[in-house]
Design a binder for this molecule. Sequence first.
Ligand SMILES: Cc1cc2nc3c(=O)[nH]c(=O)nc-3n(C[C@H](O)[C@H](O)[C@H](O)COP(=O)(O)OP(=O)(O)OC[C@H]3O[C@@H](n4cnc5c(N)ncnc54)[C@H](O)[C@@H]3O)c2cc1C
Length: 445
Amino acid sequence: MIDQHLAQFALQIGVENVLIGDEAKPYLVDWTKRYSGEAICVLKPANVLEVSAILKYCNANSIPVIPQGGNTGLVHGSVPGETKSGSLPVVLSMLRFNELNTVNRLDRSVVVGAGVTIKDLATHVSKFGFTYGVDLAARDSATIGGTVATDAGGIRVVHYGTTKAQVLGVEAVLADGTIIDSLGSTAKDGAGYDFSSWLIGSEGTLAVITRVRVRVKNPLPNAHTYFVGLNKFSEASELIAKCFLEQKRVLAAEAIDEASFELVCKFLDLSKPISDYPVILLLETDSEVDLSAFTFVKSQSAKESLEFWARRERLGDAVGSLGIIHKADVGIPPENLDEFIAEFHIEVNALSAVKQTLVYGHIAECNLHLEIIGPAANDVSAESVTYKLVAAHGGTVASEHGVGRAKCEFLSLVRSDDYLQTIKLLKKTLDPKSILNPGAVIALD
Ligand SMILES: Cc1cc2nc3c(=O)[nH]c(=O)nc-3n(C[C@H](O)[C@H](O)[C@H](O)COP(=O)(O)OP(=O)(O)OC[C@H]3O[C@@H](n4cnc5c(N)ncnc54)[C@H](O)[C@@H]3O)c2cc1C
């Protein structure tokens, strides 16, 4: 049967775009190396009609399909896992969707292929005098399709918002092969339901995104980069809130705990510009901000500013060098930040398998990245303790990385039964056989 499927896919997209064996391997393991799975093959279609034909065939034959962009997702959404049916899936790599169109300078929008990377999109729009609002350390590989599917935030979220704030329309293919085009011909198109908003954060479970119309933004002004020494995470969020109140423009606000800061400085063989503070805030602003009440250092050159940033952007790599990492990307209401963080360290470190816990994140959004080192790859006891604590503090278990398979069982901690039933209904309506990324985001009965 598998040979029959492979022959059919080869007819649809050419045998050179059907990968098996060693060629397929890199697509079957994720960035964290914690998650991997088996697949019939990896398919690399190049246009929407090919995606439609593949989905029609997979739907008719009940073959699960895992859409994949740059495979930088961190929640086990982009590579196969176990499916209830036990059927092997295909991985649908969107990397050949690399179309870049002319930027419309009047409505400040551009239509691009889902496989265009964040870096290539930023480079492309810069030729027209604009920037793209979402930027993240995975920019060389993360794609526009993947960032829409996860509603990625990133390092400029405080200034430009998450991906949701950039998307104006999408072209996508439903499980049965139906092509939905809601790209529109202008940026302002309110005809009917906003289909793109259904797909933002849908993590490949409702449709395969093939093209996206995004808003482009004015480039960042020249700015100053600071490290500010603080005693608590809440001091960082209060400082940012004060900047907002005083109408200062904040271009980035990243808080890092001392242990993470120490680790990344050692990892990069860079100095530690601020010592003896439990929290270090990386603040970027083009406004005059009064920091006289704090210990701070200000970058003195563009090169030094990049080195400040390296200590934030390479944190994931520095932590990754310690082994298998359990990553929890959560949001906590500002009033509960310090209490939550203190309880997280105590409760998670009380588990015998845990060796270390680290905290950093996009502080203006109260989005914390919690890193847990020690437990075996398949041991989720630390996540379980963490997410229960998140729920008890009124937070969210998924702030910007999505839910994937990794957090599916924890979604009910922060979403009501009515919410869960409604999204199941939507899933069953658009994808009755549940072929699109089954097991991710929502567990069907
Ligand atoms: C070093 C590093 C730094 C990161 N920093 C950030 C950060 O600051 N902010 C942030 O939000 N995230 C961050 N991430 C996480 C990751 O980069 C994002 O989740 C990103 O959006 C994933 O994009 P991708 O193209 O790699 O998607 P993938 O990893 O390939 O897929 C992610 C999900 O989207 C689905 N998907 C992918 N393409 C499509 C498509 N065309 N149609 C439908 N579904 C699709 C997949 O099925 C999967 O569920 C970081 C990751 C790394 C490794």
